[in-house]
Design a protein around this ligand. Structure first.
Ligand code: PLP
Length: 428
């Protein structure tokens, strides 16, 4: 066993114990597949700003930051106040509330393509509803999505993700409603020409691709009378105040949202052209949901969106990402470790172990580069970083406005130390 892994085990005795209990309760020991980790995951206790502390008292600079939902950092005082006030008044009033109107208006203010919307409890639900709406509105069945794009774990949207496989419970009839294409506008055009049953194309706003792609996709879909859904679950309120559509200057028919939308609480929304959203009120689509627009999510969400609207939150997070990206790439160059850190906004992606050309933005060569670190090597990197007070995934790092230059510089040092330690014990 690597010395890094030995140190990780030594530093986390309470996490190890909880992981044992977790294994008895939950498949794989976890409640989200991305938290599955070898030898066991860290169990967190609390977060503040860009920091988290685990059950063993270890402190971390956090780069998973609420799976992208905490662009303000953990326990932002305004969110804590809003949620505390809301829970004292009742967490579920089984009725419409002033808070939901405030929340809806904030979304509309930030995302001009949203004429009307409905709230849900997650991005997965928002995408499910968007699919239903486009089918009812157009009278057509199929939806085009792009290879490996992730739009949540519901049956249709999950088809064509990198983990999708036969026998995973998705009915064949559902698979037939999805058309999975490469990021190739020619392929989209050919499909739209040959198949008259396409209701919509869904595009993942946070995919690392030039904005011209979605601009051309908008022109193409409009010309063919097919709806365009932009999935802004990750990119919404982060890529720009209005998401990826703001960067590309594109108006989709529908947008799906979650994460930052609800200020770190559960929440999702589908919004867009009133006549498409109104397929619900015309009685064709039912939309119940016990916790839709619940007061706690509405309070956190409207507060978070007000802060995003009035303060340079996205801009600070992007500046932090750029500083981190430059620092990590410098370390790779200095230590002559093949690989890169790249990305277009305040979420960074990595590719370690494969020699390739990279502009640190789109990394076109890297996408084709063969080889690269094994899963085991990536796990050891995550352990090495955790041992040095940095909590990240090996493939991506998410920034917030709560990170600072000092924390980023510490992270770069921890990365250099980690690579040196991995080299010293023969992992790389
Ligand atoms: C682009 C995208 N769409 C949809 C989803 C699903 O959102 P949720 O996890 O809130 O169901 C995710 C989740 O990460 C996502 O990244």
């Amino acid at each position: 066993m690597s010395r890094i892994t030995e140190e990780y085990i030594k530093k986390h005795p309470k996490s190890a114990k909880l992981a044992e209990a977790g294994l008895d309760l939950f498949p794989g020991g976890v409640t989200h597949d991305n938290r599955r980790f070898s030898p066991f995951p860290v169990y967190m206790d609390r977060g503040q700003g860009a920091h988290k502390w685990d059950v063993d008292g270890n402190e971390y600079i956090d780069y998973r930051i609420g799976h992208g939902s905490m662009i303000l950092g953990h326990s932002h005082p305004a969110i804590v106040k809003a949620v505390t006030e809301a829970i004292a008044k009742g967490s579920h009033l089984s009725s419409s509330t002033e808070l939901e109107v405030k929340w809806g208006n904030k979304v509309r203010e930030l995302m001009p393509s949203v004429e009307k919307l409905r709230f849900h409890n997650s991005g997965t639900e928002a995408v499910m509803m968007a699919f239903r709406m486009v089918r009812v509105f157009t009278g057509k069945t199929k939806i085009i999505k792009f290879q490996d794009a992730f739009h949540g774990w519901a049956d249709g949207p999950y088809v064509g993700t990198d983990l999708d496989q036969p026998g995973n419970g998705i009915p064949e009839q559902t698979r037939e409603t999805m058309v999975i294409l490469p990021y190739d506008l020619g392929a989209v055009e050919r499909t739209l020409n040959s198949d008259s049953d396409i209701a919509a194309v869904i595009f993942q706003g946070n995919v690392v691709i030039e904005p011209t792609f979605v601009q051309k996709l908008r022109v193409l879909t409009e010309r063919k009378g097919v709806l365009l859904i932009i999935d802004e679950v990750v990119s919404g309120f982060r890529w720009s105040r209005s998401g990826a559509q703001g960067i590309a200057d594109v108006t989709p028919d529908l947008s799906t949202m979650a994460k930052i939308l609800a200020g770190g609480l559960p929440g999702g929304a589908v919004g867009g052209r009133a006549e498409v959203i109104d397929t619900i009120s015309k009685g064709k689509i039912a939309h119940p949901g016990t916790f839709n627009a619940n007061p706690l999510s509405a309070a956190a969400g409207s507060t978070a969106l007000s802060i995003v609207a009035n303060e340079p939150i996205g801009e600070i997070a992007l500046g932090n990402a750029n500083r981190l990206k430059a620092g990590l790439n410098d370390v790779l160059t200095k230590l002559e470790v093949p690989g890169c850190v790249y990305g277009v906004s305040s979420i960074l992606h990595t590719r370690f172990g494969a020699d390739h050309e990279c502009d640190h933005t789109y990394c076109k060569e890297g996408a084709k580069a063969k080889g690269g670190w094994s899963k085991d090597a990536k796990d050891v990197l995550v352990q090495a970083l955790a041992n040095r007070g940095v909590y990240a995934w090996a493939d991506s790092m998410i920034l917030s406005a709560a990170h600072t230059d000092e924390l980023i510089d510490k992270t770069v040092d921890a990365f250099e130390d980690s690579l040196n330690a991995m080299r010293a014990d023969g992992t790389i």
